[in-house]
Design a protein around this ligand. Structure first.
Ligand code: CUA
Length: 160
């Protein structure tokens, strides 16, 4: 079968692109550990805020915890149309691991000035770790349209 040389170049180029993307996915999952959260990170969205089996049912002020000096974890519950807790304070240079889930519909969580940008699915706990070196206020917003007051759904991390 005759293939025009120009067409052959495009076929090779397209095939190369697909290969390059597949290699990029492989490197990110193997070398950087970027993976879709597994079953152990599943919760029941209807009871996650009340059943007492996860820190999501603790009072808001107890959901940000210091594990070691400069090392924090925060359990943030997303619901229409608020994040709980809404204000998180940590010292500059700290590493904070966010565990975020939704008790109702799909939300988003984008932390300003970082590359943290996750989708919040009901039933699924998303986990992301960031290090915040610069003092200041880092706003986080919901970036998935979740209803009439979507634009009022935000909070902040205050780095002191
Ligand atoms: Cu929650 Cu938009």
């Amino acid at each position: 079968m005759h293939i025009h040389p120009t067409e052959r170049r495009y076929i090779l180029f397209s095939g190369g692109l697909i290969l390059a993307f597949a290699v990029a996915i492989l490197i990110s999952s193997v070398a950087y550990g970027i993976q879709v959260p597994g079953q152990e990170m599943r919760v029941d969205p209807r009871t996650v805020a009340t059943d007492g089996t996860t820190p999501f049912s603790l009072p808001e002020e107890e959901r940000v915890r210091e594990l070691a000096p400069g090392e924090y974890e925060a359990y943030v519950l997303a619901k229409t149309w608020a994040f709980e807790p809404r204000d998180i304070s940590i010292p500059a240079g700290s590493t904070i691991t966010f565990y975020v889930t939704s008790q109702d519909v799909m939300h988003g969580f984008k932390l300003q000035k970082t590359n943290m940008n996750i989708m919040i699915l009901p039933g699924q706990v998303s986990r992301v770790t960031v290090t915040l070196d610069e003092p200041g206020t880092y706003d986080f917003i919901c970036h998935e349209y979740c209803g009439i007051a979507h634009h009022t759904m935000y909070g902040q991390v205050i780095v002191e």
